[in-house]
Design a protein around this ligand. Structure first.
Ligand code: ATP
Ligand code: MG
Length: 400
């Protein structure tokens, strides 16, 4: 059975007050963008949801594309009939049989909503009339109003009825572009791409910054980060990736600092450089994939000492998550397999096997006197190479 339509319901956008229009317009744009190469598919937005006329396109495939468009809570596939009772009954039966061909269904429920209040039959009565028709024409199926295997929703609209069966869970969140820009410190690891995904899901536009140290880090390590940025692009629109030459700073750190503070100072350098790029790019916050206590640089003492060098908020969406849960998300969003490719990261270069887990600001500041901080930051910023991940201009920028 082919469905005619997909109905996308808003998640949190529905709760917005005055700004709701901005959020829903943005979502509408994101949905159209995602379906751009399917010209026969038509997208409309009545007040509180989005309707998609499939015009023959495969509903499962279209829904799969839209599941990751942030701002959509769920997706229902529907057929349309006119308002004759017999047509609605036949429609509900068709939906049930169609779903049954797909998976075992022993119980169902009809939920009618009359958006057209002039329609003479009350919703309850319609539930009974339509449900009875389904029961008469099937075998071994019962009604269960509490936990049905299938809920068939019947919406009585102005001059048509919409009958929906199949439901797809979508990612929720808010449309990308609704929350301003964040500069994500993107390593080749498992965590930072997940952090980027989480921020995109909250509506942030994400640009990424990556520190590499050729020749100590290889082209393949660099390509890994480009591949991760490509994945993020799928979820969050165009992504700019700023690749920073970090070798000089790392060598200076190695040559002039005690081992135990190298990691702390290296992180402080990263934040200083990232802050400069954020300023240039109009990003209002930095973000990392840190999780409390995961490694030496992610203790509170470390974060406190590292954070001292920037006034920008440093967002850490994974701060309270366990590694296994982060890994689960990485698998779901398809970054895990890229992240586990075994190439070295600049962070592991020249670092002691046991970095200080409890550094403090005073020591860090004292040791940094041995470094030409400003010159190193400037040289790194001057050497940045920016890669545009994503092919099309984002026409929505004008609206924001
Ligand atoms: P990840 O899996 O994200 O690499 P991790 O558990 O390996 O995290 P670290 O390597 O200590 O932890 O890095 C902590 C955070 O610092 C990363 O999540 C990332 O945001 C940032 N970071 C580390 N290395 C780099 C790098 N080479 N370029 C950009 N950011 C980096
Ligand atoms: Mg790492």
């Amino acid at each position: 059975m082919r469905y005619d339509q997909l109905v996308l319901s808003f998640g949190e956008i529905a709760l917005k007050g005055k700004n709701r229009q901005m959020f829903s317009d943005l979502l509408f744009h994101r949905v159209r963008e995602r379906l751009r190469d399917l010209p026969s598919v038509k997208v409309r937005m009545p007040y509180d949801h989005i309707e998609i006329d499939l015009n023959g396109a495969n509903g499962d495939e279209v829904a799969e594309r839209l599941r990751h468009v942030f701002g959509i809570q769920s997706i229902r596939a529907a057929i349309e009939t006119n308002l004759d009772l017999q047509e609605m009954q036949a429609g509900a039966l068709k939906v049930l049989l169609g779903e049954q061909a797909n998976r075992p269904i022993r119980t169902f429920k009809i939920s009618t909503k009359r958006k057209n209040k002039k329609y003479p039959t009350p919703s309850n009565e319609l539930n009974h009339l339509i449900g009875a028709h389904v029961l008469r024409n099937t075998e071994g199926i019962k009604v269960d109003v509490h936990h049905p295997d299938l809920e068939i929703k019947v919406e009585v609209l102005e001059n048509r009825a919409r009958i929906s069966g199949r439901t797809y869970e979508a990612a929720g969140g808010l449309p990308v572009g609704s929350a301003g820009k964040v500069l994500l410190l993107l390593s080749g690891g498992i965590d930072s791409p997940v952090a980027g995904y989480q921020l995109m899901r909250r509506g942030a536009t994400v640009e990424a910054i990556h520190f590499h140290s050729p020749p100590y880090t290889s082209d393949r390590a660099r390509q890994k980060v480009i591949d991760l940025a490509e994945k993020l692009h799928f979820y969050g629109g165009d992504v700019k990736l700023h690749i920073v030459p970090f070798t000089e700073a790392q060598l200076a750190i190695r040559d002039s600092l005690p081992e135990s503070y190298r990691m702390t100072i290296m992180r402080r350098m990263m934040l200083r450089i990232a802050e400069r790029v954020a300023e240039q790019r109009g990003a209002l916050a930095l973000a990392t994939g840190e999780s409390l206590g995961q490694v030496a640089s992610q203790t509170l003492e470390s974060m406190n000492t590292i954070n001292e060098v920037t006034n920008l908020p440093v967002l850490r969406p994974l701060i309270a998550m366990d590694k296994v849960d982060i890994m689960t998300i990485a698998k779901e969003i398809d970054t895990y397999d890229i992240s586990i490719r075994p190439y070295e990261d600049c962070c592991t270069l020249f670092l002691p096997r046991a970095p200080k887990t409890k550094p403090n600001r005073e020591h860090a500041n004292r040791f940094e006197k041995n470094l030409p901080i400003d010159a190193l930051v400037q040289a790194a910023v001057d050497g940045i190479e920016t890669i545009d991940i994503g092919r099309h201009e984002d026409s929505m920028d004008a609206l924001l």
